[in-house]
Design a protein around this ligand. Structure first.
Ligand code: AKG
Length: 278
């Protein structure tokens, strides 16, 4: 028996590589989590950015808590089984009226992970609508060979290398995944996806959480980390991430630095230039 998703949702995910929407947080929980993020940004005098966007569960206790949310983990378990690691938690924020976009790409082309079944949960902490630049996906693309990509480094591209699929993408079959605040979409790490500018008058705040089964491996970097969020790790392929006891816990700060550095090295491997986005 599935724990949270319906059988037809699981079948759709397996066939098309995505499923949405899944309700994760209620209105009050959204306001609480968004409030914590925005209070932190006010205190530091600027939006969250750089390495703070990545492996953010190591510096924010509330992100660690979201990463272990039962509705999320039950949904992921329905797709890839009970022994689960979370490899990364990553903020995707497009300010109101900003031109920020994400070009068509496939994540597993860049992450050095031997994990074809990686599940990305993209959780909306504000409305992700057609107007605010919700995610779009190419159904079924997770079943094909990974497509060739090229680094374009366009200024408003939120991706590290501005990587773009370099063959024609048939946008006529693309599916938009609009979400209300508190809802999530699920997609396979091989699925081609993209998003457009935020033409709304609110920030579009997304948190993506990347889950892998414990047998997955990092095959490009020499060292990598992940958080054991459910079940048992019988493989030991990743250094297991500690939990911060509070936001900006000094006890996990150096692990965060090392862990984001390791991800950066993998993401920029063989790239012509690096960018201060991580
Ligand atoms: O937030 C977006 O628009 C894109 C997110 C993305 O590329 C991802 O979660 O892998």
């Amino acid at each position: 028996m599935p724990k949270h998703l319906k059988e037809d949702a699981i079948a759709q995910y397996n066939r098309d590589g995505y499923y949405y929407p899944v309700r994760i947080l209620d209105e009050e929980q959204v306001a609480y989590n968004r409030g914590l993020l925005e209070r932190f940004e006010t205190d530091q005098g600027q939006p969250i950015g750089g390495a703070q966007r990545n492996k953010s569960h190591l510096i924010f206790r509330w992100v660690d808590d979201l990463m272990r949310n039962d509705r999320i983990l039950d949904s992921v378990e329905d797709l890839i089984g009970p022994d689960l690691l979370c490899w990364n938690t990553l903020f995707w924020i497009k300010e109101a009226g900003s031109q920020s976009f994400v070009s068509w790409h496939q994540d597993l082309r860049y992450w050095g992970l031997d994990a074809n079944d990686l599940v990305t949960v993209w959780l909306a902490l504000s409305p992700a609508s057609l107007k605010s630049g919700c995610m779009r996906v190419l159904p079924g693309s997770h079943k094909e060979e990974l497509m060739p990509h090229q680094d374009e480094y366009k200024t408003d591209n939120l991706l590290t290398r501005g990587q773009e699929i370099s063959v024609d993408v048939d946008e006529s079959i693309a599916v938009d995944m609009p979400l209300l605040a508190g809802e999530a979409s699920l997609h396979n790490g091989r699925l081609a996806h993209a998003s457009q500018a935020n033409l709304s008058n609110d920030r579009r705040i997304g948190l993506s959480l990347h889950y892998i089964p414990t047998h997955a491996k990092q095959v490009v970097g020499e060292w990598d980390s992940a958080a054991l969020v459910r079940g048992e790790d019988r493989y030991g392929h990743f250094s297991l991430a500690p939990r911060p006891s509070k936001d900006l816990d000094p006890a996990t700060a150096s692990f965060h630095e090392k862990a984001t550095g390791a991800v950066r090295d993998v993401l920029f491997k063989d790239a012509e230039k690096t960018r201060p986005t991580l």
